[in-house]
Design a binder for this molecule. Structure first.
Ligand code: NDP
Length: 461
């Protein structure tokens, strides 16, 4: 008889952990999942899903405004924060229920408790003190928002954990950071009517994205009335009778009602017992794993944001699935992290797959860049001054498309489909022979014929 209580103990009921648990159970493994907060994890409970619902809410203001050009008279639109939050919470409750039900249907036992590792095969449930012996332990505990930089009064700020439960829509908000979360929430609050300042230490938003995309987003946000405070930091926050006074690095003071700190996330590895059993962490506190998500301790694996590889829900799901296939399905599977389509749900939206122009030059030598920027057909009547940006980067030697970048309405949807072609290794000639769907914005992706420029990489010479 086995000396283990379970074949697999998963710590963390988020995207990666839930997928791993269900697939492993499907292979016949006896599986337990411990979750200390709510099943569904960051994505479902306080990340992608509620965020996207808020993004949808924020975009109605544009629609109401733009409807006039198409002949509509829209009475003064009023927004009620409490209704949005209540409806969003109802949907999140429903999704959590589905996650729980799916685990139970798969025969997985859910433990509503924090769990810590005692030794390579033992987990302790904090609520009861019970020890559970497991053949394998999967750590899928995700990450948490940081409150950096640490400044006097910094505790007056909130993070993306609290932003989903504010009692009211802030009249004035300062968002700190220039990454995914800061950019997305600045767009949400501006769309909902808050006076929004987006403060970032760099001179452009979204470091790591293509420079044209960064420029297009900066222009669009300035046009939307978002106060961009670039190349600045916050020196201190002080409570005022009517809000918070933020003193900035240039000495100016900004009075706001809320400060949202979105300056990155850190793996949730503190206090898990990892050091005690010899699991190695990197400088950022992430669990070091191999291509099969195995840590240095053979019985302990880790997937998702706690490994800080590519911190995206679909990647955590893939890693969880690959782990289960490898360990319980006798199908060793690695996850390819090299080509990941991604979207930023700013308004306008951003969709990206593959290399930026700068990276492509370094990686591929001579590259051709196809680029177009135009006002969409809808904008001709709506009066919107927003421009759509599309950019395709091609390796000259092979004609292979190595990067696609879209800024504009529906960019996330477009890049999911363009991503199939790029993942398959499509060439520019394949894009060219694809018949356009007319009239759409996306047709520009298959009708750009003349390279905007041909560049030789310094590194390749
Ligand atoms: P990001 O890493 O995307 O961005 C962090 C931002 O904070 C950067 O602009 C960074 O500046 C800035 N920053 C970091 N440290 C400091 C500091 N000490 N002082 C001032 N500014 C600082 O993190 P997010 O929190 O926005 O998001 C976390 C991750 O979650 C993302 O990387 C992404 O993987 C995922 N995510 C994905 C989404 C999606 O797919 N749509 C949506 C939301 C999150 P600098 O650039 O100068 O380093």
């Amino acid at each position: 008889m086995s000396s283990y209580d379970v074949d697999l103990f998963v710590i963390g009921g988020g995207s990666g952990g839930v997928r791993a648990a269900r697939i492993a159970a499907g292979y016949g493994a006896k599986v337990m999942v411990a979750e200390e907060y709510r099943v569904g994890g960051t994505c479902v409970i306080r990340g992608c899903v509620p965020k996207k619902l808020m993004v949808y809410a924020s975009r109605f203001s544009d629609e109401f405004h733009e409807a006039a050009g198409f002949g509509w008279t829209v009475p003064e639109a009023k927004f009620d924060w409490a209704t949005l939050i209540a409806n969003k919470d109802k949907e999140i409750d429903r999704l959590e229920g589905i996650y729980r039900a799916n685990l139970e249907k798969a025969g997985v036992e859910i433990i509503d408790s924090r769990a810590v590792i005692e030794d390579p095969h033992t987990v302790r449930l904090i609520n009861t003190g019970t020890l559970v012996r497991a053949r394998y332990i999967l750590v899928a505990v995700g990450a948490h928002p940081t409150m950096e930089p640490v400044v006097p009064g910094g505790e007056l700020g909130i993070t993306s954990n609290e932003v989903f439960h504010l009692k009211s829509l802030p009249k004035r908000i300062l968002v700190i950071g220039g990454g995914y979360i800061a950019v997305e929430f600045a767009g949400v609050f501006a769309g909902l009517g808050s006076e929004t300042t987006l403060l970032h230490r760099g001179d452009k938003l979204l470091r790591g994205f293509d420079e044209d995309v960064r420029d297009a987003l900066g222009d669009a946000y300035a046009r939307r009335g978002i106060n961009l405070a670039l190349s600045k930091t916050v020196s201190r926050l002080d409570k005022q009778a009517d809000g918070i006074a933020a003193t900035l690095s240039d000495g100016s003071v900004l009075n706001v009602d809320q400060v949202l700190v979105a300056t990155g996330r850190r793996p949730n590895t503190n206090g898990l017992g990892l050091g005690k059993v010899g699991v190695t962490l990197d400088a950022a506190g992430a669990i070091v794993v191999d291509a099969y998500s195995q840590s240095l301790i053979p019985s302990i694996y880790a997937v998702g944001d706690v490994t800080n590889r590519a911190n995206l829900t679909p990647i955590a799901i893939r890693e969880g699935h690959a782990f289960a296939d490898t360990v319980f399905g006798d199908k060793p599977t690695m996850v390819d992290h090299s080509l990941i389509p991604t979207a930023v749900f700013s308004t306008p939206e951003i969709g990206v797959i593959g290399c930026t122009e700068t990276l492509a030059e370094v990686r591929y030598g001579e590259v051709e860049v196809f680029k177009t920027s135009f006002r969409s057909m809808k904008a001709t009547l709506s009066g919107s001054q927003d421009r759509v940006l599309m950019k395709i980067i091609v390796e000259k030697a092979t004609d292979k498309v190595v990067g696609v970048h879209v800024v504009g309405e529906g960019a996330g949807e477009m890049i999911q489909l363009a991503g199939i072609a790029v993942t398959m290794g499509a060439t520019k000639a394949d894009f060219d022979r694809t018949v356009a769907v007319h009239p759409t914005a996306a047709e520009e992706l298959v009708t750009m014929r003349t390279p905007y420029m041909v560049k030789k990489a310094v590194a390749a010479e």
